[in-house]
Write a protein that binds this ligand. Structure first.
Ligand code: NAD
Length: 351
């Protein structure tokens, strides 16, 4: 065993069917009395129902959260925080809503209770990605990490199958990159492997039975594990490429992760053979072909061209992806990244 440093995230995790009913006690346990409930426009009515359940502990709902946390939306939400005298936020939704709660906490230090309804994993990371003037920047700060996360699988029963698949693969990408992270530790590796196993077991069940409560719980458990890995250790080429495609070409977040994962795993398969061996075992002995077959079997998108990206974009994407690269087990050069993008654009099975 090599030497390592392990820093656990100081968050309280509440897990289980029906546990979102504990939201009032979670708010009170933080010493708060005036929660502002956050959501996207799409989940407004769920947020209003939650606000009603909170009763006197809620000062209302702000349902303007959108993808990539634009600063203008954060400023609108901050006005509502000031007007209502909110002393905490309750974020109900996926990564976009959690991002808004984090952006508020970063500026005000208000405590956050997050109730995730996708598998993105943002709720257990101290990382905030936000956009201003079309540019995405990322900040990492202790004040960004939510204080309480309530994982209630009942709230994911309605997550459409397509989103369950891509969001699950998004989470799995955190785990795969966590396995070869330079700063990995034995605990992050345990979490990454069990996170991958949880999704490998649950996603095929959810495709056929989206309301299977056991599979929903297993997937949400996987989301917690994979998200924790994302929040604890450094990410590599896969995340750099997805940030490039999402940030500069506006490709959809979870779907881009889903398409890219087998290709970035293929790129690193040899350089990180030992680190990926247990994960490869889970997917039939080959991390890249195995992940592609798994994604294919659950109906995931398989090529970048499905998102309207045109072949002519790939040159610029390769240029941006190799600028200020994240550490990666296999050295990065522009030619091989361009080839990797070409394969992912076409959807050719890696082997
Ligand atoms: P999302 O939050 O944008 O959700 C997509 C849509 O699905 C929204 O309209 C949402 O309201 C809806 N939705 C969510 N849960 C639902 C449910 N159970 N049933 C029906 N509809 C539901 O998508 P996401 O993939 O969770 O989050 C993506 C965002 O999160 C991106 O901006 C990404 O950068 C960010 N993110 C950040 C981190 C981090 O650590 N900072 C980690 C992962 C993702």
């Amino acid at each position: 065993m090599k030497s390592f440093t392990y820093s656990g995230s100081p968050a309280r995790i509440v897990f289980g069917s029906g546990r979102s009913n504990d939201v009032a006690s979670s708010v009170e346990a933080l010493g708060c009395k005036q929660a502002l409930v956050l959501a996207t426009p799409h989940q407004k009515s769920d947020a209003e129902a939650l606000s009603e359940r909170l009763g006197a502990l809620s000062v209302g709902v702000f349902s303007g959260a959108v993808m990539h946390t634009p600063v203008e939306v954060t400023e609108m939400a901050l006005k509502v925080v000031a007007e209502t005298g909110a002393d905490c936020v309750v974020s109900l939704g996926g990564g976009s809503t959690t991002g808004l709660g984090k952006a508020i906490a970063y500026r005000t230090d208000l405590p956050q209770v997050v109730i995730p309804t996708t598998y993105a994993g943002s709720e257990v990371t101290p990382i905030l990605g936000q956009t201003e003037g079309g540019r995405k920047t990322t900040v990492r700060n202790a004040s960004i990490l939510p204080e309480v996360v309530i994982y209630d699988p009942d709230l994911t029963l309605g997550l459409p199958v397509g989103m369950s698949v891509t969001s699950g693969l998004n989470a799995m990408a955190h785990a795969v990159e966590g396995l070869y992270a330079q700063d990995r530790n034995p605990v992050s590796t345990l979490m990454a492997l069990d996170g991958l196993r949880a999704f490998k077991d649950s996603l095929p069940v959810l495709v056929n039975s989206p309301e299977d409560t056991d599979a929903r719980a297993e997937a949400l458990y996987g989301a917690w594990l994979c998200g924790t890995v994302l929040g604890t250790v450094g990410m590599a080429l896969h995340h750099k490429i997805c940030h490039t495609l999402g940030g500069s070409f506006d490709t959809p977040h979870a779907e881009t992760h889903a398409v890219m994962l087998p290709y970035t795993a293929a790129f690193n398969a040899e350089a990180a053979e030992q680190e990926l061996a247990a994960a490869a075992e889970l997917f039939g002995g080959s991390i890249d072909g195995g992940l592609w077959d798994f994604a294919n079997s659950i109906g995931a998108p398989l090529s970048l061209k499905e998102f309207g990206l045109v072949e002519a974009d790939l040159d610029r994407a390769a240029d941006i992806a190799v600028e200020n690269p994240y550490w990666n087990p296999r050295p990065i050069d522009r030619t091989s990244i361009r080839t990797l993008l070409q394969n992912a654009w076409e959807g050719v099975r890696p082997d």
